[in-house]
Design a binder for this molecule. Structure first.
Ligand SMILES: C[C@H](O)[C@H](O)[C@H]1CNC2=NC(N)=NC(=O)C2=N1
Length: 122
C-alpha cells in the first residue's frame, strides 16, 4: 500500500466514483481507525479522549484545516465534553473511496499529544 499521506483527495463529483468493496477498504485502513457499517453504509471511525472541552475544539480546528486543504470533510462529534469521535465517508457516493483513507491518514499525522488525555497507567 503506497503511503496515503503523499496523496491528495480528488473532487467527489467525478462521474466514475463508486464505493469501494469491503476487501479494498480492509486493505487500506490506517492505523487506529475502524471500519463500521451504519444504515448499510461503510464508514471510517476513530475515537479519542481529550483533556478538556476546549482542547476538543482545538482538535476540531486542526482537523478542519486538513479537511479544507483536501476538499474532503469528516463528521466531527464531541460528546460528554471530552469524547471525540470522527467519522469519514464519501457522501457523494454513499460509501468509502480513497479520499476517505487519505483524510484519515493525514489526521493521523497531526500532533495531538498536548490535547489528548493520558491513557490509564501512562
Ligand atoms: C465538490 C467537492 O468535492 C464536494 O462538495 C465534496 C466536499 N467534501 C466532501 N466530503 C465528504 N466526506 N464527502 C463528499 O462527498 C464531499 N464532497
Amino acid at each position: 500500500m503506497d503511503d496515503l499521506t503523499t496523496k491528495k483527495c480528488v473532487s467527489c463529483n467525478a462521474r466514475d466514483m463508486r464505493p469501494m468493496t469491503v476487501e479494498a477498504a480492509h486493505s487500506l485502513i490506517p492505523q487506529g481507525w475502524n471500519l463500521v457499517t451504519e444504515d448499510g453504509m461503510m464508514k471510517l471511525q476513530r475515537t479519542w479522549k481529550v483533556k478538556t472541552f476546549m482542547k476538543g475544539m482545538e482538535f476540531f480546528k486542526l482537523v478542519a484545516d486538513v479537511a479544507e486543504a483536501e476538499g474532503h470533510h469528516p463528521d466531527l462529534h464531541l460528546v460528554a465534553w471530552n469524547n471525540v469521535k470522527i467519522e469519514i465517508w464519501t457522501h457523494a457516493v454513499g460509501g468509502l473511496t480513497e479520499n476517505d483513507f487519505i483524510l484519515a491518514a493525514k489526521i493521523n499525522r497531526l500532533d495531538l499529544h498536548q490535547l489528548l488525555s493520558r491513557k490509564v497507567g501512562e
